[in-house]
Every structure is written in C-alpha cells, then in structure tokens.
Design a protein around this ligand. Sequence first.
Ligand SMILES: *[C@@H]1O[C@H](CO)[C@@H](O)[C@H](O)[C@H]1NC(C)=O
Ligand SMILES: *[C@@H]1O[C@H](CO)[C@@H](O)[C@H](O)[C@H]1NC(C)=O
Ligand SMILES: *[C@@H]1O[C@H](CO)[C@@H](O)[C@H](O)[C@H]1NC(C)=O
Length: 411
Amino acid sequence: MPCQVTPAVSGSIFALMIRALLFSLVSTSLASAAPMKFDFGGDASVDAFHRERGSGFEIGAIPEKAGGFITAAGPFLFSVILPEGNYNVTVTLGDPNGVSDTTIKAESRRLMLENIVTAQGRQVTKIFTVNVHRPDIAGGGHVKLKDREKNCLHWDDKLTIEFNGTRPCVSRLEITPAPDAPTIFLLGDSTVTDQSYEPWNSWGQMFTRFFKPGIAVANFAESGESLRSSLGANRVAKVESMLMKGDYVFVQFGHNDMKDKREDALAQYEKNLTALVKRVRTKGATPVLVTSMERKAGVTKSTHGDYPDTVKRVAAAEKTPLIDLHAMSQTLYAGLGANLNSAFQDGTHHNNFGSYEIAKCVVEGVRKRVPELAKQIADDVKPFDPSKPDDPSAFKVPASPMKDPTKPDGN
Ligand SMILES: *[C@@H]1O[C@H](CO)[C@@H](O)[C@H](O)[C@H]1NC(C)=O
Ligand SMILES: *[C@@H]1O[C@H](CO)[C@@H](O)[C@H](O)[C@H]1NC(C)=O
Ligand SMILES: *[C@@H]1O[C@H](CO)[C@@H](O)[C@H](O)[C@H]1NC(C)=O
C-alpha cells in the first residue's frame, strides 16, 4: 500500500515540463538561501496541494482563515516541494482571541514540537530543524526502496508538516535551508524507522523533539532490515554519501540479523559493523552503536542471542560510544510493570507512547555517552531514569491521521 493519500502526478509531458521549471525556480531561490515565507495570517493562500504551485494542504483538513491565523477542527498537513537537505522551519503559533495548543510533526510523523500551548492573545515563534531526503545517491545509484516505502512522505520530493492538537493555530511559516546543520543519521530496523502509519511508532521519529533546533535527524532505518540488507539496499551507502564532519551515525541492528542462519552470520556482522565504524570516522563523523531494545517477551531474559554483546564488543574495540538500549529497555519494561502493554503494539513494535519512552532512553544514553552531542539536548528535557517511566495515561502526543493496521516487516 502506498504511503500517500493524494494521487500521484500525471506523467504527461506538459506536467513534467512545469515540474522541471518549478524545480529550477525552487533551486534558484534556495541557492541564495532565501527563506520561503507563508503568511497564512496575511495574504498567503490556503488551498489544497497542487504540484504546479509546489505547495498546499493535503491528507488532513484544509484549514480556515480565522483573523490572523489558520485553524481546523482536525489535523492539517502542509506540503512544499523542496530539494534534499536540512531546513530550519520557523513557525508562529497562537490566537489573539483564545488559547491555542499545537503539536507539530514533519514528514512521516516525526515529532518536532510537542503540545505548544499559548494563552489568549499570545503568540510564540518556534524553530525546528528537519531533514528531507530522496532515494538518489550523489555520485550514482539509489536506495532500493521496498514497495511499502514508495511515495512515503519521508522519501517523496516534498517537506510535509503536520499540525494537530486540541486547537492548532498557525499564522506564519518560514522555511530556510540549513545545509550546515549537524545531522544525526539513523540506521536500523522497524524499531528505529519513521513508521508511516498509526498505531505503529519508533524511537527515531520521536528523537528530534528532544534536541535543540539546529540539529537534524535523518532516519535511514527501515522495517525488516538487518545490517546485511541495509548494506545491500544501499541505505548505508546513502548515509555515507551525505556524511559531513561533525555528524553522527547511530546504528541499531540485531532484530532481523539474528534470523540469518548462516554459520558465519554473527562473525560477518561483527566484521561489517567494525568496518562501518571505521568508514564513518574517516568522514570526521562520530559512530554511536546502540544495542537493540528488548521485545515484549524480553523483560527478564534476552531474546537477541549474542547480538547485543557483539555490538558492545565492537564499540569497546573501536572505542566508540555505546548506548546500551538493550539493558535500558529491560529496566524500562520492568518499571512499566502492569502498564507494559501500553508501550507495545505487538510483541516487537511500539506505539507512540512506547517509542517516546524508548527515545528518552536513547537521549539519556546520549547524555551519558556522547558528551559533545549532549550539549544539544533541548533545555526542557530532564534526565530520565528508565526504572521510572512516564505514566501512559498522561501521554498527550496526538495521533496522526495516517492509519494502517498492517504489521510492519520484521519482528
Ligand atoms: C537554523 O537554526 C539554528 C537554531 O536556531 C541556528 O543556530 C542556525 O543558524 C539556523 N540556520 C540557518 C541557516 O538559518
Ligand atoms: C558483510 O558485508 C559483505 C560485503 O559487503 C556482504 O557480502 C555480507 O552479506 C555482509 N554480511 C553481514 C552479516 O552484514
Ligand atoms: C489529531 O488527529 C487525530 C487523527 O486524525 C484525531 O483523532 C485527533 O482528534 C486530533 N486531535 C487531537 C488533540 O488528538
């Protein structure tokens, strides 16, 4: 099932020509790094997405103008066609005549701003940094997407921003290329990837919310992937092609690797993980190895065989930061006790609450093990003790309108 709700573009020559023209216009304006401005409280139009115009609202409601801002009774999603890269998005939120409460996600449900509340008559301006990427690899080749990824919001040619909450009120949006923003690249499986649909969710798509603006998270994990298949699908090559000095690469594999029954599978995994660590370093970037979080059945016993220990051994041998999510997740699950089911959608995959708690564990790992990056943790993020998880009934991140009960690949 394709990820996008709107129909694909017509392939007519005319449409393609307009598209090419649009791309050149967009890239010309971006070359000068001029921000794209949408003054919804003023004269910016509020219409459905049109490829020829290059922007507009899709999937959710078309919001209405309401005296200096736009709002809708349900979630609304604004899309802009943009080249691959990192962008700073500056949003102005609030209602002159009432309170507002807005949560913002980007691309495939990546949490950017959580429950921003403004009092009556107040406006706030917030910045978040978002990564937009395509399958093409600079220098040749492309990521071999699975069918389920084709046309996903995180692989298409647009930046999509989702507004939801009890009363989302948006007056302005400014999008500025941020090519120098340090990037945290993620490689991993279904427990890391940007899951396109409710009720599934993974920590990689909650991660941005915990960092200050100016840091981008670029998620190249995918459901069902192992280190071996990520290498084969050119996901690793794509990340390597984009790496710059000062970037980070978080690697969390194991769930699907352990199903490789070849006699030398684990030895190859160790060798390939070591080689990846070394290659990331040659670019001046920092590899961070993350052990796989446990499955629901793994509160007191490991279901991951020798994989977590192998990851630890590589981190120690290469003297690169290790985040022992495997151990932290067991502590978290034990801490959830009778609430354990409230974090899971099946025996392996998490829901919004579960992935938010797992993301907090990874952020805590950053705080302890990756000191340079820890400086970029958002000021409102307090140290997290996995043995004392949040109360699931107090969790307020609203669900997205994109839904599909189909289980993600991998387990
Ligand atoms: C993007 O936002 C960050 C955080 O506010 C800021 O430090 C950086 O300079 C911005 N980049 C651009 C190109 O505006
Ligand atoms: C390791 O890398 C080699 C060479 O790229 C590849 O053929 C093999 O499938 C990989 N194995 C694993 C377990 O990553
Ligand atoms: C957010 O969007 C979801 C999905 O469409 C909807 O069920 C919900 O009512 C919206 N608002 C809040 C506050 O959750």
